[in-house]
Design a protein around this ligand. Structure first.
Ligand SMILES: Nc1ncnc2c1ncn2[C@@H]1O[C@H](COP(=O)(O)OP(=O)(O)OP(=O)(O)O)[C@@H](O)[C@H]1O
Length: 462
């Protein structure tokens, strides 16, 4: 029969009563920050942490699922409590909720009633130091990692796109679920192993990077002919590391300052990708022209200064310079986040400026080449679900002297008549024919080249 607010205060007073006899400490974590009305990050971490802890213990739980989470999230229900144990110390958590009708709350709710939620930690004062430092650090770390694991991965773009969500800033995004993984990626198993080892040591290298005083980031250059799986590799790396991808379209970036802003707005644990970097901007050309015209050998000379009469088209063109890009990768601003992977892809590695891809900037250069037999076997497993077949012998022989692009294999192994019993054989025969045709074409090309050289030699002699 008592008003709700009154009940709440009586309950709170009663719960504090034992503390006059037993020395307990209480810490309250409210959902919103009192100063600016923003969500209290500590509250969110505790909510995730307790949700995971209380699934097995708590009598009452609340479940919800947001658009950005992979699965249901559980949390303690109002008034319920859970006992956690840390280094043999028992710590009690209670979830509170009250309806507040005050005006002028920091979050701009004016006089509208709103639910004020909080978690209260209770522990014996004897363990004050342990709780305040080790335990709360542990809760924050675990809570963050639960939230990270339960989120849907995102693909961000700096091109304003109507199909993407935009939450302010320069990037918009869509949820990203690419089926490619290292298991389905057709490439030499030894090379794959080497890349996985490198990713593992990067992922667990926090202390190492700290020790050597280097920003916790790593650059990968993926180069190789079209259709050799560079984009597929990016999706596989992102899935393996469980990172978001920031797909940076350089031609849409107007100037170096904007590039810096874009970098600042990327989150930790993410991959920044620039695809086909050789086609993005004439970065090599810009530097060479600079050298020729100004005689200045220094990295980072801005080539825009010398353009005196700018046309309208010139004005709209990206003014990002090689120097801007180099700073983006490993300038002082690049250290403003951690656990970042930068990936460049290119079909023509020889066109790139050596400074852009030198070791240290692009730490690992990965050649995505045509398929040999081992890579073919992985693709056969993906497309036809087979580990071996009598025709594999012939394919092995052919691939000893030849190579085939992964997208050609994919094209030929994609079963179009799966209802027939012999669809596997048909696909493999098609592939054999494609490799032989390629071999034939290659032979003809080489013969023609030899004839041209021979002709040149005889004309010279004459
Ligand atoms: N190594 C590979 N393993 C598995 N699938 C591959 C591989 N290479 C290519 N593919 C398949 O071929 C198609 C094209 O591959 P992808 O786009 O990754 O190549 P790319 O090297 O990025 O090409 P481009 O240089 O033209 O952008 C994809 O649909 C993918 O399924």
């Amino acid at each position: 029969f008592l008003p709700e607010n009154f009940q709440y205060h009586i309950q709170k007073w009663f719960s504090r009563l034992p503390n006059y006899f037993i020395q307990h400490m209480h810490i309250t974590f409210e959902e919103y920050n009192n100063n600016n009305g923003r969500t209290n990050e500590a509250y969110t971490c505790i909510k995730n942490y307790l949700g995971a802890k209380s699934i097995k213990k708590a009598a009452y739980l609340k479940a919800d699922k947001s658009r950005n989470s992979k699965s249901l999230q559980f949390t303690l229900d109002e008034g319920d409590e859970v006992i956690d144990e840390f280094q043999n110390v028992k710590i009690k958590w209670v979830a509170y909720q009250e309806t507040v009708k005050e005006s002028g709350h920091g979050s701009g709710r004016n006089s509208m009633p709103f639910e004020k939620r909080s978690f209260v930690l209770k522990a014996h004062s004897r363990y004050r130091d342990l709780v305040m430092e080790d335990y709360l650090n542990h809760v924050m770390k675990e809570g963050k990692s639960i939230q990270f694991q339960n989120r849907k991965r995102r693909l961000y773009t700096n091109n304003k796109d109507e199909d993407c969500y935009w939450k302010g800033g320069r990037w918009s995004y869509i949820n990203f679920q690419h089926p490619a993984s290292f298991d389905t990626l057709g490439m030499d198993p030894l090379k794959k192993e080497e890349i996985l080892d490198d990713l593992d040591s990067f992922k667990t290298g926090k202390d190492y990077y700290k020790k050597i005083g280097k920003a916790w980031k790593r650059g990968y250059l993926l180069y190789g002919p079209p259709g050799s799986g560079k984009s597929t590799m990016i999706a596989a790396i992102a899935k393996y590391l469980d990172y978001d991808i920031y797909d940076l379209e350089l031609t849409s970036v107007r100037e170096n300052a904007e590039l810096k802003q874009l970098l600042i707005e990327t989150s930790n644990k993410s991959m920044i990708v620039i695809e086909d970097i050789d086609c993005s901007l004439d970065l090599t050309g810009a530097r060479k022209n600079d050298k020729k015209e100004s005689g200045d050998e220094k990295d980072g000379e801005d080539n825009n200064k010398k353009q005196s009469s700018e046309t309208e088209e010139d004005k709209n063109r990206s003014k990002v310079t090689l120097s801007g890009l180099l700073n983006f990768i490993d300038g002082i601003w690049s250290a403003c986040g951690e656990e970042r992977v930068i990936v460049f892809t290119t079909n023509q590695v020889e066109k790139l400026d050596p400074a852009l891809i030198r070791r240290g900037r692009m730490d690992m250069h990965i050649e995505m080449s045509y398929c040999k037999f081992e890579a073919f076997k992985i693709l056969a497993k993906n497309y036809l679900d087979i580990d071996s077949h009598p025709l594999f012998g012939e394919i092995r022989q052919l691939l000893e002297e030849n190579e085939v692009s992964a997208c050609d294999v994919a094209e030929n192994l994609m079963p179009r008549r799966k209802w027939r019993d012999d669809h596997v054989e048909i696909c493999l025969l098609k592939l054999i024919e494609a490799i032989k045709n390629q071999q034939h074409k290659k032979g003809k090309k080489e013969q023609k080249e030899e004839e041209v050289q021979e002709q040149e030699r005889s004309t010279k002699f004459e």
